[in-house]
Structure formats: C-alpha cells, structure tokens
Design a binder for this molecule. Sequence first.
Ligand code: GLA
Length: 655
Amino acid sequence: MPQFSDATRGRILFGGDYNPEQWPEETWHEDVRLMKDAGVNSVTLGVFSWAKLEPEPGAREFDWLDTLMDLMHDNGIGVVLATPTSSPPPWMGRLHPDTLPRDADGHIEWWGGRQHFSHSSATYRHYAAAITEDLAARYAGHPALTMWHINNEYCTFDHGDEAAAAFRRWLREKYGTLDGLNTAWGTAFWSQGYDSWDGILPPRRAHYLNNPTQVLDFRRFTSDMLLECYVAERDIVRRHTPRLPVTTNFMSLWIGQDAWRWAEEEDVVSVDIYPDPRDPLGAQHGALVQDMTRSQARGPWMLMEQAAGPVNWRGVNHPKPRGVNRLWSLQAVARGADAVCYFQWRQSRQGAEKFHSGMVSHAGERGRTFQEVKQLGAELARIGREVAGNHTANEIAILHDWHSWWAGAQDGRPSTEVDHPAVVHAWHRALWDAHLTTDFAHPEHDLTAYKLVVVPQLYALTDAAIENLLAYVRGGGTLVCGFLTGVADEDDRVRPGGMDARLRELFGIRTLHEWWPLDAGESVECDGFRGSLWSEEIEADGSDDETIRYKGGELDGLPAVLRKGRAWYVSTLPEPDELRGLLGRMAAEAGVRPVLDRLPAGVEAVRRGDLLFLLNHGREAVTVEVPGTHRDLLTDTTVTDELSLGRYGAAVLKP
Ligand code: GLA
C-alpha cells in the first residue's frame, strides 16, 4: 500500500489548492516565482477544473494542464492532482437532468454553484469515471505527480427517484426481507408497515416527524453511496499509479460521512480546518479536529485546507491576527500533520469566494498574509526533517461514532438544546485545558492501549461496543461516560430501562427514572459544581464507591455523578473548570500525566516524537518552565530551563 511518506519524503508538505484556470498564463509564472519564494513544495491542481478539461461531452482539453504539470515539475513543486468530479460542467445538468440531486422537498439543486451531483446517478458516475480514467492515463508517468485527491469534501444528499431506487437496493442488502426492515424501523408505530419494497422512499418532506430509523439508514446509505463514488475513482487512479497515495478531504467533524469507515479506504487521511479567529476556543476547535484526524490516520495526516486569513462564509469574517496563521499551522504539525496546506494559493478576483483569503491575498506579495506565509514556509522547511513521519500515541481516548451521532441528532428527542458536537467539544476542551493530550477512537476499536477512555455521549451503542467497554473496564481501564450514553441500540430502539442494563450495572444505577433536560442558560447545582444542559433522576443500586449529588431543585440529594471502581457516569455537563478538574483527577488516578505540570494560561504543550511543541495562544508574552537543556528548532537557539514566548509565539524543543 502506498504511504503518505511516499509523497512527503521526509518533508512537511507546504502549499495549497492552486486554481490557475482563473488566471492568465503570465500569472502562472508569477505564481511559481512566489511559490518558490515561500517554500511551497506541493500544490493541488484541478479540484474545480471539469468544465475546462471537458468543455463539452466527451471532449478533452489537457494542454493547459500539461503546461502546468511541467511548470510545477521544472520548479521542483509536487502536484496533488484532483479528480474534478465535485463540480460537473453546466452541460451535464442541461443534457442530463438525472445527474442533479433533489432535496427532501423534491427541489432540484441546479448547476451554477458547485457539488450539484447525485451520488446515485448512473450518468454522473459514468462521466466521472471517464474523466478520471483519462486524467490518470495522461498523468500517470508525470514526474510532478505525487498524490491523488479524489473529488472535494463529499457532502451531498439526494432524495430523488434514482437515489430512492438505490436506497431500496441498499436496504434489501441490509435487511434481506421486508419483515426485517419493518422490525428494525419499528413500522408498527403510526401505521408505517411496508408491504412492498417499491413503497420505500428516502425521508422526504412528510406532514410530521419522519421515521427515525429510516432517517438513520438514509444517513448510512448516503455515506456509503458517496464512499462508493470515491472508491470507484480511487480504483481507477490506483490502476494507473499503484504506488501513489490517494486521499479525499474531510471537513471538520462533519456529520455526513462516517469518517472512521472512509479513512480505511484512504492512503492519506486529509482534512479541512477553519476555526474562527475571533472564537476564544478556536485553537481548541483546531486541536479537536487534528486529534480526530490523526486518530483516523493512525499516523501522520494532511491538513489539506486552512485559511491564511479570513473565510467568506461566516456572518462576519475576521482576518487572522499577525502570528495566528503560523501558530495554528504549527499546532497542526504538533498534532501529527505532515502537510500544511491552504485553500487557496492566490485569492480569486471573481466568483463566490473572492473575499476568501489566499496565501497570496489581494494585497499581493507585499501584503502581510504572504509575508507571514513565507516565514512559515521557511520554518516548516527547517523543522521538517526532525518532525515528518513521527507519531505519538496517547494514553487517553475520546470515543466518537457517526452512527450514534446520526441516531441522536434527530427531531422528537427530550431536548433540542443538546448539540452532539458541542458536547464532544466540551469534553475535549476539558482535557485540552488540563494539558492532557488525547486520541479519538471508535467504540468498537481495541481500547486496551489506553489508560483512560472518555465517552462524551454515545447515544446509540451496538452490543459489541457495550461488551468492548465492559471488557475495557474489566481489563483495568478507567472509563467515564457522559449523559445520554447507551440509550438506544443500532436501530435507534430504546434499550429497556432507558440505558443498557449492562452499563447501568457497571455504574451502579438501579433505575433511571427520568431525564431532566435543562433550558438554555439554566444550570443545576451539584456538590462542588454546577451542571448545564441536562440532568437525570437516577436511583443508585448502592454498589457505587462514590457519589456526587444534585443539590436543591427537583433532584436534590440524587446522584449526579457515580463512580463504581474505575467506571464513572456523569449525568449532567459540568461547567468547564469542574469538568477539567474531574477529568484531571480521573487521569491522575489512571496514571496519565499532563504534558507539562506548570504552564502559563493560554499555553498549549504537545509532544510529537521526542519534540516538545509550545504554543502561546495568548496575546501576552509568557515565560514557560522547561527543565533541562533543549534546542529550539525554529530559532536554532539553546533553551535552558525556561523560555519566553511572545504573543502567539511558538517553540519546537528538541532535547
Ligand atoms: C472548502 C472547499 C474549498 C473552499 C473552502 C472555503 O474547504 O473545499 O473549495 O470552498 O471551503 O473555505
């Protein structure tokens, strides 16, 4: 199998999406000059080039791309070549309306934007395979080509007729019989029993709540169909270039793809990360996605896209203060990235993203953005040899599963205030604040290497996952589960008792009488902390070793947190400081130490191999204690016992 290291060859890849078709040829030469100036060693070509490559059905125009591939090679810049299949040319929709997806209301998603393709359309798949085949055949031997990038941010849905037929096929394969489907979907409820496969639809606009298991299966189906599209193109390029790695870029904690499953089909796991520079937790948001991507990759991964400055899709789009682009890029490297890339190289002058930053902004070469990009390029080149390829295993894992998310994120639940990604963020943040670095894992993964396993919320769990958690605790692991965990099975059928009996026994819960969700802004008092979002009326069975109780209100005196041996259950969301304290205690008892014991506020410390990354997310200069003598690879200076970090400053220390 090709490896990421085949493309990085001991360096950190630095560059971004390059869309030269938006520019005259003179600019291409200017681009190359600036790329070399900035230390760019990799560009992604062709992401949105389909109309240029195939201006009419079956036509091929490769000359311009030949010129660019040669130009890149002549200048020592590698090319990650994209299949252009995320944005079909307008002729496709005009000649083949069957390629256009429909939403749940039956409305067509027209051309004129992007990603207007139906994953289920045989016509779309035919054209996508044909252009991929010809692209791969033409550039297979080209010396600039280092890697393949399939499509871009797979994220579409289709509720139309061809998708409906595909959904039925998918369901037949899954359930075999209509009885099986009717049972799994619980169609006895509301007179939904199906007497024919032909009657089954994607969840289209209905008068009132759609069947939740139908919705859940539709999410599974959509992820699988998009994956089929990816695999079809991947297999074509692999046939031509068996030794080149293949990737497709994920979005940050995006609900639409089961990324655990997808990652198994990739040689390189890549992701796009766009934290809001104004968000005080922007750096933690980045850290979470980086931790998740590294865990999916089980090694070095690729930051495929970030913004050098502002994006253009928030309400208000803030630029990055001086130093933040560098800081967040180094944060990604600290957490395992072997590529730091951007959307996009040169800021567009036309089109929907002309106010989205590029590595070369409208201000051009003299602009601060480019100057900072250039500094970063030089620094990544300096540290690349020491960093690239290193992987650090952590002792803590947070469990996350898309199927559970899909099952839980539906209408008709106890509270619309419970936003699953926000809950995952809250638990990750608590570890981040405590300088406890973490992996992510799937609930059915082998967890034995971890000393502490954190389950922010796994609403739906398979029997295999539950048995895995029990075995983990039996084997000496420390497990902590947050509320709304183990409520349903994989069909979204509520487990008897409202929480799986094996888990209740694990935590010492006799009866879970009621869930008491909290309103926005409401909190409950517990012994020593306040909780928000949720609370529960729990009756303990008396076998627990420790109880933290609710104080006051309806739940006064009832358990808010239960510990039985090494298993903890937390029935509310403790305030950030308290959650940090709680997790800090669990980690200490499980024998997990923070990266450094003493760190000034706002400083993040991460180990990658034998290197220690120190990242000051604060606006004030700080002094960090680092006992011993080290070499700071960024400045090539010696650091003894302490180090000062300026505003948004960073250091990469080697012992
Ligand atoms: C995504 C896409 C890019 C671009 C950026 C803008 O990541 O892949 O093409 O639209 O968003 O932030």
